[in-house]
Design a protein around this ligand. Structure first.
Ligand SMILES: Cc1cc2nc3c(=O)[nH]c(=O)nc-3n(C[C@H](O)[C@H](O)[C@H](O)COP(=O)(O)O)c2cc1C
Length: 199
């Protein structure tokens, strides 16, 4: 049987959430016996980009229902859009009724992460609202405990509800060391709990 994996599923328009996803995946891969599988979702528009190309020009490949069904854990990332997740990620989640009916995600750990342009632009409301569909799916919600000292030292993103990043109004700020540390901590925590809950 293939090794268990944590699905790191993100949407990103300008690259900030994608960068966070890579650090979350590093955290997952720091745990022995489990892998990270990075996937994205297509943008939604009047033209459905998903049917134009099956493999995007850049970033991860698109997530399938099977990627989500078979994961041992999930890290879900989205940029903040008016204090909530991006429509593309919501659209993808709204298509997971089959998984809800079959209970495929019940008792699997899940955590969330986000990027905003501004410091007080709704990171926490985004993270909390991203948890709601995951709770309907029966997943076990995983945050970041204050044992992670970066939560107390960060001058930018980073919340106990999940890692966050402040990208700036020009989307030109790189992840700070504290933001990277918290992304990796979430990935490591989901991976560790995924192995424990699996048994
Ligand atoms: C429609 C829209 C709504 C947005 N809403 C917010 C917001 O509520 N708060 C905020 O700080 N940034 C907001 N932003 C900015 C994005 O959250 C920010 O640029 C984010 O870092 C982009 O992530 P990405 O590089 O992964 O695409 C918004 C951007 C768009 C396009």
């Amino acid at each position: 049987m293939s090794e268990p994996y944590v699905l790191v599923l993100y949407y990103s328009r300008h690259g900030a959430t994608q960068s966070m996803a890579q650090h979350v995946a590093h955290g997952v891969e720091s745990v022995a016996g489990i892998n990270a599988r990075i996937r994205t979702v297509p943008a939604v528009s009047t033209v459905c980009e998903a049917v134009e190309k099956s493999i995007p020009d850049e970033g991860a490949i698109y997530c399938t229902e099977e990627d989500l069904r078979n994961c041992a854990g999930l890290a879900l990332g989205s940029p903040t859009r008016f204090g909530n997740m991006a429509a593309a990620m919501k659209y993808f989640l709204d298509g997971t009724t089959n998984l809800w009916l079959s209970g495929s995600l019940i008792n699997k750990p899940a955590g969330v992460f986000t990027s905003t342009s501004t410091l007080h632009g709704g990171q926490e409301s985004t993270l909390l609202s991203m948890m709601l569909p995951l709770m309907h799916q029966g997943m076990v919600i995983v945050g970041v405990p204050y044992a992670e000292s970066a939560l107390s030292t960060t001058q930018s993103g980073g919340t106990p509800y999940g890692p966050s990043h402040v990208a700036g109004t020009q989307n030109n700020l790189s992840l700070t060391e504290d933001e990277k540390t918290l992304c990796q901590a979430l990935g490591k925590r989901i991976a560790t709990l995924a192995l424990q809950l699996k048994d």
